[in-house]
Design a protein around this ligand. Sequence first.
Ligand SMILES: [Zn+2]
Length: 128
Amino acid sequence: MAQLPTGKPILPITPTQDEHGTPTVCRCCGRIAMGIGVGFKDRKDTDPGYLCQGCIQAVKDLSLMNRLSLFELQALDEGVDAVGEYIATHGVTDLQYYDDLMQRMLVKNAWEGCIRGIRKALKESVPF
Ligand SMILES: [Zn+2]
């Protein structure tokens, strides 16, 4: 599984609660979590694995948890390109030197790159 620069795996996204036990982010996708979790993995696990509304609904029908479509995969490439361009513009490749604004702008570029990628993939691939 892919890992973050800190060495931690990307999934599951934990912790899913704040210091008071209030749900924060979804264990599966990182969106805003609701008060329903997947439970503790073992006795040492302290995170209830809260899920968002979309993932709670998707659990009901696992067929909804499908892979990214061909269009979305193409969009990821655009997001990667957008991040690469942002990093090249600033010349700083080590994310630890990014301040809050630069971190947000990096993610914004990735997000907007994916959106552009979806539009481009649909425009090039759909015959209508
Ligand atoms: Zn979710």
